[in-house]
Structure formats: C-alpha cells, structure tokens
Design a protein around this ligand. Structure first.
Ligand SMILES: Nc1nc2c(ncn2[C@@H]2O[C@H](COP(=O)(O)OP(=O)(O)O)[C@@H](O)[C@H]2O)c(=O)[nH]1
Ligand SMILES: [Mg+2]
Length: 679
C-alpha cells in the first residue's frame, strides 16, 4: 500500500553511549506491535543490535534502521551508536532523518557525546526531541536534568511529559499534551492530585509556547486565555520545525514508561520529510516530491552474510520501484529486482518507496555510500556526507604474507562502505596504511576480517612522512666525466639553489647564456634534480621547496648525453645542499579536543609534553571544554590510546593535516638516527 510523504517520520535516536538508545528503540518496536517482547540489550536479541560484533560487545556499532507503524504514520527509526569511534554512522543517520531524539541518562546528565552531537545537530539545524531516560534509577531528577539541558544548550526546553515518581518509585508519566497519566505498560491511571499545581503550571507554559510562533494562535490565546488541542498541536508543530524550542520527554526504557508518548509526539509533532530540499554537489537542491523522476541518496552501505551488499537509501524525488536505475556517477545502469523496508536484520519486500521514505535495495554493485541513483540517466550528485577525517592511523600487514592481497581487497571494500575508514599504500614510506576514528573502530574492522576471512592483521605505528628542505642559498658545480674505451661521458652544470616558500615544492629555471647547455639536455637535468630531491639529503626524506637556477655549464659534442647531464645535476644538487643549511620538516596537524572540565589540566600538560601549541580553549556547555592546538603529527601516533587513559575514555578529538614545520635539536637528531638505523 502506498504511503504519503506526509505520513513518514524519519527519526535518528542519538546520544552518549549507554544512555539507553537501543533499549528505547526496542520498547518503541514492542509498543507499536512490531515485536512481541522487548529484549534487553545484554541478551543479544534486540532488533537493532543484531550484528555479530554488537552481540559480542553488547553495544551498538552500526546504525540500524527499523520501521514501525504508529497511528497514521510510518516511523523510520535509526538507532545510532554512542561512541565517537562510530560517528560516521551517526552523521549518516542525521542526513537521513528530519528529527533527532537525543537520549540523556537522568543520573548521568549531559555527557561529552551529548554536547558534541548537539553541535552537529545545530550545524544541520535539525529539529530535536530530548528524552530523559533511566527515570527509574537512583539519583534521577527530572527538574535537574531539565535545568542542565537549558543551561548547556541555551534553548527553550519545554516538558511534554512529567515523571510519575522518580528513582525506585518511578512507574509512569503524565502526558501534558493529552492530559493523562500512563503507567508502565501503557495503562491509563488517574493523575495524582498532588501534581495538579505543577501540571497546570507546565501546561500553561506549553500553551504559551504553542501560541508564540504563530500570529493567529497568539491572537486566539489572548482572546480565550487558552488554545484548543488542535491549535496547541499546530503551534508546537510549527515551533518545533523552526527549532524555536525543544520538547523534553522522560521515562524508562527499562520499565517501558514514556514510550507511547514519545511515539505520539514523533507522529503528531515532528516534521515529515520535505521541509528542506536535498542539496546537490552543484546546482539547485532537489525538493522532496513524490512526483517526477526517481532520485535517491545512498546514505549507508553494508555487507550482509545472507543478502550481500545492502544499499540504504533515502528517496528524494519520485517513487522507487523494482526496475532499472542509473548510478549517476558512472552513468551505469543497474537492475533493482526488489525494494525493501528494513527492520534491523530483516528485509521485507515492498512494492515501492515514495519520496521521503527510507529503505534499501541489494546488490547495487557499482554504487557506494554517498552515491546517487536516478530513474533516468542524469548528472545529479547529492552532496556527500559531511564526515570528519579519520584520526587513528596504523601501518598494517597480514600475519601470513600470502593473505596480503585478500586483506587489501577486504579492507578496500570496507572503505567503500564506511567512509570514516581509509586504506592506501604509501609510496613514500612503502607501507600499507589504514586510518579510522579510533581504536575501537579499527579493531571492529579487524575483528570482522578475522571472523569472516580468518586473516589476522599485524599493526605498527606508521612512519611519519617527514620532509627535508634548505634554509640558505648556495651555488655548486659538478662535472660528470668518464672515459672508458670508446666514447666517454661528459656533462658539467653550474647551479644556484635557493629556498622557496613552504608548499611551493620545486622550480627550475634555465639561466644559461650563449647556449652553454643545449636545450635538449634540460629534461635530463630536471630528472637528475628530482631524483636527488626524492632521495633526500639528511635522512632520506624528500627534499621540498627549492628553486634551482641552472646558470652555466659545458657540453661535449660527442660524449654528452641526457644521462650524463642527469648525473651531473643530481650530484651538483647534493653538493649545494651541504652549503644550503639543510633541515628536517615535520607534518603538523590541527587538533581539536573535547574533554570534561575535570580532565582539562591533564590533557593540556600532555599536549605541552608533545610540543603542542594551544591556540584556543573554551567551554562549549555541559561542563565540556574544547581545545584547539597545532601539534606535530609524529607525537600523536598513539593519541587514541593516550586520550583514553588521560580522560577515562571520555575525551574525543579530531585531526586534520595543517602544514610542515622545521624541526631541530634533539627531535631532529632522533629522526635522522632512526632513518640511519633503518637504512
Ligand atoms: N535502569 C535502567 N537501565 C536502563 C534504561 N535504559 C537502558 N538501560 C540499561 O542501560 C544499558 C545500556 O543500554 P543501551 O540501550 O544499550 O544503551 P545505548 O548504548 O544508548 O544504546 C543496558 O544495560 C540497559 O539495560 C532505563 O531506563 N533504566
Ligand atoms: Mg545502542
């Protein structure tokens, strides 16, 4: 049966690890009748933590998609992992969703990922609902959590439910929108009379909030002093879509309180797809519209033991049905034989997916994550996911050398699905290098490789791509002569070498006069210079940012050749380097760190021991500090591990390459000594 775009709700459930997201989703599935029992996460039987690694570790690693019917709506729920190692999965789910449910644990309060994810949601301007979970636990305090949220995020937070009892006495919620009290399990109960005052006060706030964003409703409110239920809904709906306020709900995913109210809010208040258009790499964004030609965006890909490659997509325009589609990147036709609704691991065939809906197709061999598929041959490419660059880099090899190719193939395939994981062969350091978001992330990939292909990966710290450069100008000359029997070899060059600005790499000029060197020999000279640069001078790292002027030379009518000039130039440059004040350059990265206040001191002193220069440090709310620093890449080879021990596993960081800086003294000596040992 076809469903209209207005009846779809795409919801990403996000939050810090262990706040109860997966348990909450399990309860939502149970309450809507998709499953007959809500299983605990520890049982390994939840609908969303179904993959082998998740069952083994007992937490979410992948975003899983579940579909549930609630009243007149189809709610697509994306259960995301909480660890920043798997942030790629979260970013993808934010792209697919129109609403985020931020789950906060009442006893733990706002945590580091809460703050980081909130900032991501701000960037996307995504409407959100806060669910304060674990109201059944000791130290759960609804008012305290609410105050904390307002304070940390500077938002208007409006409770739509209040807890019936907190901690061990918690057993239900009061729904302020529908004015009813509901116990665990869904049975309605009488609103306790001692809550009347509190409820009336909050309800008034709610109605004011509803009236605020809409002139017509404001007028009605002033005239009548209240609003009808439909008007309240209308006002809240608009206010939420515009992100003017954040509804706050509460409950317990353990007991099953607050669940049906969350589902009601999602279906009654949260925006349907289509409020925003989908941006393209270039060109005008494509509006969500179920008419017109089909187009869709692949926000996630996974490889399933039974189904093979699964492409998760969001339909942007038209309707997706079985048949032919185009991969717009390659203009290659692909056949879709079936279209699926997804519920965790189960794929349920459906006839079609309309614009705004989420679902999947299988065996789209040429399409990867971030791909665009289209019903007609087309050049549109939806904007790729805004993923942070990987921060944890390792050099790897297969334990058993004969597995090397298979290991590479496997990891390449992973990198096409998971764009926060990269693999490549570094020509410079002659190593296969992988990078991911953290230890847990890369280990989860190696575990998968071991389980599925019995290939064990050996890892070590990667070599750092140092560079060499010069600090002074100098001249040198070199004559390459050889006289062996027949005709000999002869070439002589005079060069002047001077430093260039960082990043300018190399230039060569022919400043000879009167044709002392024939033009035809210059390609040979350039080759010689480049070879000398590639081999380096101090420690075997490439020489960069030099300008070479060839200002004189000599040739022989018979004995000169391109090869002779190449060798002369190469040696001339080596001689010049001796006089040019050669120095090492090390790669510097921009490091952004997020830590809880209590660890700030330790993280800063560790940074200074790593020769980091702190450029900014500021609180970003919720007791979290952000630090920006420039740090030598070579100091951060084990930063994922250092960060974990410095912050008891709570800190997180982002890295991006910045520039090369000269390095001197003991550090430089050590680098040179290490290179000699290797050679
Ligand atoms: N007491 C209590 N425990 C909960 C609640 N929700 C989840 N948990 C437990 O918290 C742990 C983490 O839950 P999980 O759903 O995996 O959290 P996630 O990492 O956010 O997906 C599990 O042991 C759950 O049983 C709750 O509302 N109350
Ligand atoms: Mg989870």
């Amino acid at each position: 049966m076809a469903i209209s775009m207005n009846a779809i709700r795409n919801v990403a459930v996000c939050g810090h690890g262990s706040t109860g997201k997966t348990s909450l989703v399990e309860q939502m599935l149970f309450r809507s009748g998709v499953i007959s029992k809500a299983e605990p996460v520890e049982s390994g039987r939840t609908m969303s933590d179904y993959q082998e690694d998740e069952i083994e570790h007992k937490f979410s690693i992948h975003t899983s998609l579940m579909t549930l019917p609630w009243k007149d709506t189809k709610i697509n729920v994306l259960d995301t992992p909480g660890s920043s190692d798997f942030v790629g999965e979260v970013v993808a789910s934010f792209r697919a969703a129109e609403t985020a449910v931020m789950v906060i644990s009442a006893p733990a309060g706002i945590q580091i990922e809460t703050v980081k994810l909130w900032r991501r949601l701000d960037h996307r301007d995504l409407p959100r609902v806060v669910f304060i979970n674990k109201m059944d636990q000791d130290r759960a305090d609804f008012q305290k959590s609410l105050d904390e949220i307002k304070e940390a995020f500077k938002i208007t937070a409006v409770p739509l439910t209040l807890p019936l009892g907190q901690g061990s006495s918690h057993d239900g919620i009061v729904d302020l929108l529908h004015m009813r009290a509901i116990k665990a399990g869904g049975a309605e109960t009488e609103i306790p009379s001692d809550m009347n005052e509190e409820i009336a006060a909050w309800r008034e706030k709610l109605i004011e909030m509803a009236a605020e964003g809409d002139d017509e409703l404001t007028e009605k409110f002033f005239d009548d002093g209240t609003l009808s239920r439909d008007d309240i809904l209308k006002g809240l709906n608009e206010g939420m879509a515009a992100n003017n306020f954040v509804p706050v709900l509460c409950g317990s995913a353990e007991l099953g309180t607050g669940i049906s109210d969350l589902l009601d809010i999602l279906s009654e208040l949260c925006p349907a797809p289509g409020r925003e258009s989908e941006p393209l790499e270039d060109g005008d964004p494509i509006p969500y519209d179920d008419k017109g030609a089909f187009s869709g965006f692949v926000y996630k890909t996974s490889i399933d033991k039974f189904s093979g490659k699964i492409s998760f997509l969001k339909v942007v325009s038209g309707v997706l049905k079985a048949g032919e589609v185009y991969n717009t990147r390659t203009d290659k036709k692909e056949r879709i034989s079936k279209v699926y609704n997804i519920n965790g691991k189960s794929l349920k065939e459906t006839t079609e997916l309309v614009a705004g809906d989420l679902g999947a197709v299988v065996k789209l061999e040429s399409v990867h994550t971030n791909g665009t598929i289209s019903g007609v041959s087309s050049k549109i490419h939806f904007k790729p996911l805004a993923l942070p660059p990987p921060v944890h880099t390792l050099a790897i090899s297969a334990e058993n050398q004969k597995d090397e190719d298979k290991m590479n193939d496997y990891l390449h395939r992973i990198s096409e699905q998971d764009l926060t994981f990269t693999i490549g062969f570094d020509e410079e350091t002659k190593e296969t290098v992988i990078a991911g978001m953290g230890e847990m992330h890369v280990n989860s990939i190696f575990e998968k490789l071991l389980n599925e292909s019995k290939i064990k990966v050996l890892t070590r710290k990667p070599r750092i791509p140092y560079r060499e450069t010069i600090t002074k100008s100098a001249e040198a000359e070199y004559a390459h002569k050889k006289q062996t029997g027949g005709h000999g070899q002869y070439a002589k060059v005079f060069i002047r070498v001077k430093p260039l600005k960082r990043g300018e790499d190399f230039e060569m000029t022919n400043d000879t006069k009167g044709g002392s060197i024939s033009r035809g020999y210059f390609p040979g000279i350039e080759k010689g210079l480049r070879e000398a640069m590639q081999e380096g001078f101090l420690a075997g790292y490439p020489l960069v940012d030099i300008s070479v002027s060839v200002f004189d030379g000599k040739e022989h009518p018979v004995d000169s050749s391109e090869m002779a000039f190449k060798l002369a130039a190469k040696n001339a440059l080596r001689q010049a380097c001796e006089k040019c004040g050669p120095t090492l350059l090390e790669p510097m990265v921009n490091l952004t760190i997020y830590v809880e206040d209590q660890y700030l001191g330790d993280v800063l002193s560790d940074l200074s021991s790593k020769r980091g220069r702190v450029q900014d440090q500021s609180p970003i709310g919720g007791g979290i500090q952000s630090i920006k620093a420039v740090v030598p890449q070579g100091e951060l080879l084990t930063y994922a591990i250092d960060m974990k021990s410095l912050t008891s596993g709570t800190g997180a960081y982002e890295i991006e390459f910045s520039h090369y800086d000269p390095v001197s003294g003991k550090v430089a000596q050590d680098i040179i000594a290490a290179s000699q040992k290797e050679a």
